[in-house]
Design a protein around this ligand. Structure first.
Ligand SMILES: [Zn+2]
Ligand SMILES: [Zn+2]
Ligand SMILES: [Zn+2]
Length: 586
């Protein structure tokens, strides 16, 4: 059998929202499958793949790329039925490689999770690889001499905070600096110190201290604090002073894992207790209010009424309470001393508490679970390989996203309610669960053949929400679509609306496709695409949408929803939306 031939090389960006992956993807097209080994070279950074057995008849191939990470790809035949493919990189980066069967090709994904930072130090935007950025965050946020476990906890918290803000994955970015995911202002986003600044301040300790921080970042691989499948709001502060604050009391929004926990561990913090002394004049200036003011005097110059800290006192009350010798006040001077405990907003991870716990021998996992109760650690599933220069095995080192032989994408359709749970009930006694099932079966029928469809139920049975999302996650679905009919106490309420998880870019894309197709098929009122933290939207790893097709409680719409012809039409509209979505993301 002749050796497979390299027929071409392609490049593109690969994004996986579910796993927060972003990669520069290089695809080597071939006439057959082959094995390969790889190694890295430095200055300049290169990633080298040797494909063997393989041939290439075109001399030297060259594909200019210039995507910020991959400069170019070069390939050429080498003696012994070997083809060498070289990726010229702008910096070292992790990668994964795997082959796909139909058509035969080698896929190389180079990790490009990167952060656009607004640097206050340099007053401009900078693009940094995520882990590089995190080293600078640790340097700015905690003493580099912290215990290794405390540094790891901080690394995971900072990574989580950052992932949540990445605009690439639907995050909102920094609200002050347009175009930035985060800024380097610790009071606004997270602190960040550049290598140059650290070199200046750490001097001969630079290598050792930076090494400690870099180790904390790489030791925690790509871990983030997850609540459900998504990154949690992993905020942190210097010192809580005895009990962390709930997000509700500080920002007015409550989160189950930010309700506040007792923390006796941060007593070691130099900022555990602080006394601020202000002259009364300074306090007045800062509060823009008088702290102690004589408001009215009598004819003889005695105090008739004075205000102290916003309260009004008569002269004699003042004299009594303060034990003044008279009400003839000449001047008020002196200090206002306010002693506080803790430092920072107090919500989430207490940095000095983490240090205290690390000194007690706790691991970063225990520390993170302590300050973010109810969360788990999850990994951004990029397999790190490059950087060491060691040759790697030429076998797929992670399951490929497309999979060998490219099976059809898995789509999960979820008929809402069922069994003991009827859902909404129409004025003529129509059950939502029955409508949802009929529509879902029609959708599944229209989808079959082009995708692999799974239904969370095929009959009138009780299925928990958890079982529904588990099915999607186990089957590695590419999308999850939950089918519902709406209900309202107002019979006139009507129309179509579709939900996705707040901030999910792909969820939004799917929901918009669904809404568009449903409106087209039904021509009822457009209630819009909405965001909601529904269980099935939150707990599904893949992009998900929930359609409220029409209102079962509206007599006109109930009549439509009961009609088998309309049910089929709605099912077909949902299938069309799925194809619209897949065409857009693939
Ligand atoms: Zn900011
Ligand atoms: Zn604390
Ligand atoms: Zn429902």
């Amino acid at each position: 059998m002749p050796a497979p031939e390299v027929t071409g090389v392609r490049h593109g960006l690969y994004r996986d929202d579910a796993n927060l992956l972003l990669a520069s993807r290089v695809v080597v097209d071939m006439t057959g499958l082959t094995d390969w080994t790889w190694f890295t070279l430095t200055s300049p950074d290169r990633l080298v793949f040797d494909l063997s057995p393989a041939v290439f008849g075109g001399g030297v191939g060259h594909l200019p790329v210039g995507d910020g990470l991959v400069r170019a790809v070069r390939w050429a035949a080498h003696p012994g039925e070997r083809v060498r493919v070289v990726l010229d990189l702008t910096r070292p980066a992790a990668h994964r490689s795997f082959r796909l069967v139909d058509p035969p090709r080698l896929v190389i994904d180079v990790d490009r999770l990167e952060v656009t930072l607004y640097s206050h130090e340099r007053a401009r935007l900078e693009v940094l690889p995520l882990d590089e950025y995190l080293i600078g965050v640790l340097a700015a946020e905690v003493p580099p001499t912290f215990q290794a476990e405390a540094l790891r906890a901080q690394a995971v918290a900072a990574r989580t905070y950052t992932l949540r803000r990445l605009r690439t994955f639907g995050g909102r970015g920094c609200s002050v600096h347009p175009g930035a995911d985060v800024c380097s202002d610790p009071a606004h986003c997270q602190g960040y110190s550049s290598p140059e600044r650290l070199r200046d301040s750490w001097r001969e300790d630079y290598d050792a201290l930076r090494g400690r921080l870099a180790a904390a970042v790489s030791d925690t691989h790509n871990l983030f604090v997850a609540y459900g499948p998504r990154p949690a709001e992993a905020v942190y502060h210097s010192t809580c002073g005895g009990h962390t604050a709930s997000s509700a009391e500080v920002w007015g929004q409550s989160l189950p894992y930010l309700e506040g926990v007792p923390c006796e561990y941060c007593r070691i913090s130099p900022g555990y207790r602080e006394t601020r002394r202000l002259s009364l004049a300074e306090a007045r200036r800062r509060l823009m209010a008088e702290f102690f003011a004589v408001k009215e005097t009598t004819a003889s110059g005695r105090t008739r009424r004075a205000e102290v800290a916003g309260c009004s006192f008569t002269g004699s009350e003042l004299r009594d309470r303060l034990g003044l010798a008279s009400t003839l006040i000449e001047s008020v001077s002196g200090d206002l001393a306010v002693t506080t405990r803790g430092s920072g907003h107090g919500v989430g991870l207490c940095q000095w508490g983490a240090e205290g716990q690390a000194r007690l021998g706790r691991s970063y996992r225990e520390i993170l679970r302590y300050y973010y109760p109810g969360t788990d650690l999850r990994g951004v599933r990029f397999v790190s390989g490059a950087g060491g220069g060691a040759p790697g095995p030429g076998k797929p080192d992670s399951p490929s996203p497309e999979g060998p032989g490219e099976p059809q994408p898995v789509v999960v359709i979820d008929p809402g309610h069922g069994g003991v749970d009827p859902g909404a009930v129409g004025p003529r006694g129509t059950y939502e669960k029955d409508v949802n099932l009929a529509v879902s079966l029609a959708a599944a029928e229209a989808l079959t053949g082009r995708v692999e469809v799974h239904l969370t139920r095929r009959e009138d049975e009780t299925v928990s929400l958890r079982r529904r999302t588990d099915l999607a996650n186990e089957k590695k679905a590419v999308l999850f679509l939950s089918v519902h009919a709406n209900g309202s106490v107002r019979p006139e309420a009507g129309g179509t609306e579709t939900y996705h998880f707040p901030g999910s870019r792909l969820g939004g894309l799917l929901a918009r496709a669904v809404q568009r197709r449903l409106l087209e098929a039904l021509r009822r009122r457009d209630r819009g695409v909405k965001e909601a933290d529904f269980f099935v939207l939150r707990e599904t790893i893949c992009p998900a949408a929930l359609a409220e097709v029409l209102f079962l409680t509206n007599p006109r719409e109930e009549a439509l929803l009961r009609d088998p012809g309309v049910q089929r039409k709605v099912g077909q509209a949902l299938a069309a939306a799925v194809f619209d979505y897949l065409a857009e993301v693939r």
